[in-house]
Write a new protein. Structure first.
Length: 163
């Protein structure tokens, strides 16, 4: 597991942790700090990742900018996969992801930003329901539709950027 400081690399977190899900230990994180968490698994165990994030929530009070960009075999964020992960502030998905399931990020109350890769062709209903803090979502142009905000339950105050 690598742990190093990242003073100015485009993310608000000052500390970066680069590791596999198996190496991730919630006691590594300090209360109130935000970490850039880069998962190195090609095909991460998403259930275990959710467990570790939930443990961190109850033990350390740390927050995470989660990057799954190295996860080449991660094809889907499944039904309610990261539901109620209040430690997540930002998420950046791998270009191998093609589908985001129903309620995948539901009730992630501290999630402020998510970048959806252009490989995603389908996002399930209510994917972001209960994400009142969501300020910005970047979506590929092919997902643009008039009812996107209602269907995904994106708050009215959220900026939707199509690329």
């Amino acid at each position: 597991m690598e742990f190093f400081c990242l003073a100015a690399a485009g993310c608000s977190a000052q500390n970066t942790v680069k590791c596999s899900v198996a190496e991730l230990k919630s006691q590594t994180f300090e209360d109130g700090k935000t970490y850039r968490l880069v998962i190195t698994d090609k095909e991460p165990n998403m259930e275990r990742l959710k467990e570790v994030l939930k443990e961190s929530e109850s033990k350390s009070g740390a927050f995470f900018e989660l990057e799954l960009t190295n996860c080449e075999r991660l094809e889907e964020i499944e039904f309610c996969q990261l539901v109620e992960c209040s430690v997540l502030e930002k998420i950046k998905l791998s270009s191998s992801v093609t589908e985001i399931g129903w309620g995948a990020f539901r009730s992630c109350e501290n999630l402020t930003e998510i970048v959806i890769p252009n490989s995603v062709t389908e996002i399930g209903p209510k994917a972001f329901e209960g994400g009142a803090s969501l300020k910005r979502i970047k979506l590929p142009k092919q997902l643009k539709r008039d009812d996107i905000r209602d269907g995904l339950k994106i708050p009215e105050t959220t900026e939707i950027e199509y690329y």
